[in-house]
Design a protein around this ligand. Sequence first.
Ligand code: IMP
Ligand code: MG
Length: 190
Amino acid sequence: MTEQDQSTDSPELADLESVLYTQEQVQAKVTELAARLREDYRGRNLVLIGILKGGIPLLVDLSRKIGLPHQIDMIGAQSYRGTMGPVQEVRITKMLDLPIRGKDVVLVEDIYDTGNTLVKIKAMVETFEPRSLEICAFIYKHKERKQDMEIKYVGYEIEDVFVVGYGLDYDEFYRNLPCIGVLDPKIYSS
Ligand code: IMP
Ligand code: MG
């Protein structure tokens, strides 16, 4: 019996108000980001660090597409907020396994929203004295922020809407979607 790939007709797709970026567009953008990293990190000691859990799909896809020797690691952070409210506090839930001193590190994150999570993680990672430290965020939300940091590698820039898919969750669901979409407001208002 042949197993069928169910990713493009997941039942969760019915909960989206609209699809912002299809699976093909997402993958094409990851290919672009991987090509930029390939140019910038040739001959360097690259470590890609995914931020759990939203950064997992991008970390995996970048790692497969980059075509350069590199190491991967993950760092866990929990941002305390209501289901969708502003971040109150960021707690590190999983530390790095690899030594990164003197390495060229790229933090891989699903989305740059208020920036609170990344500011905390970046400061923590800096204490390990990598040679360089850059950030790759697949989605960059346009909004007014208290703190703005340089995000060198950005996939897509979007308005301030709540999106899910490709690692992004609502209540831990929808991370599996291969596309990125705007969640139907009736899902979180019911
Ligand atoms: P920040 O600290 O406000 O930048 O928030 C970062 C985290 O908030 C992300 O890693 C996501 O887990 C979550 N987040 C922010 N905006 C969205 C969204 O539109 N959809 C899903 N999760 C989001
Ligand atoms: Mg989340």
